[in-house]
Design a protein around this ligand. Sequence first.
Ligand code: URA
Length: 281
Amino acid sequence: MSSPPRPEPSPSVRELLAFYVEAGVDCALLDETVDRLAEQDVPRPTSDVVAPPAPAPQILRRAETAAPRTTAAPPPAPDVAIVSAREAARTAPTLEALRALMENFDGCPLKTTATRLVFADGNPQARVMFVGEAPGRDEDLSGLPFVGRSGKLLDLMIAAIGLDRTTAYIANVIPWRPPGNRDPSPQETQICLPFIKRQIELVNPDVLVCLGKPSSQAVLNLKDGIMRMRGRWYDYDTGTRSIRAMATFHPAYLLRQPIYKRMAWQDLRAVAKALQEAATS
Ligand code: URA
């Protein structure tokens, strides 16, 4: 008769942390651990199912300057949140007012897991505005868009047309980091869209550059892939004015596929030309 299997030894804290990091966990949401299995309405595992290990005490502390986390009411249903974002964004008369309004907006669930709002960087008087997808970890910690690896490449792309962050303006469709850098859901994008649209309207650049497929599709209301969308001019209608808009590759994509840098360069040359034309018209 075979002897019963020996129980697995409990994982060490180091093993648990390694597991979490590999699974994409890079921040703790609360200071205290929460036993979700002890909560009501959560089915407990039956005896022959091995329960997952309890979460490690703390993985990474939230940045010291992060807003204190409060027990907030659950966010409203997406369709309610979309309407409320639209109505709120419309009322912002300035970028400062828009930022303040977004700080207080509780309709997007991403806000509850992000460290802070990532509103924008650069010069609000700029004639060119770049719009990315969503903040990553570095942006979430610093509160500024495009400060990580892809941000360094974006700085080079902007420098290629003779500009920098004092002469360009940078924002994202989604202003809160999706947990673990997952893709934002279509609902999250729709909830955040009125805010970036109002931001574009208030900055009122001569040229708008959408970085990557998600940003180009959301802002320009397109359905194609980036290969089809990039390098073309679109009219972005703010309601009061039409702005020339270009879709190009996201710098993170160019880091993975440097072969497309040549095409991105062509797109940027077209942007530089359009800026020149706007300045002399
Ligand atoms: N990728 C984005 O789309 N935006 C950022 O701010 C950083 C990385």
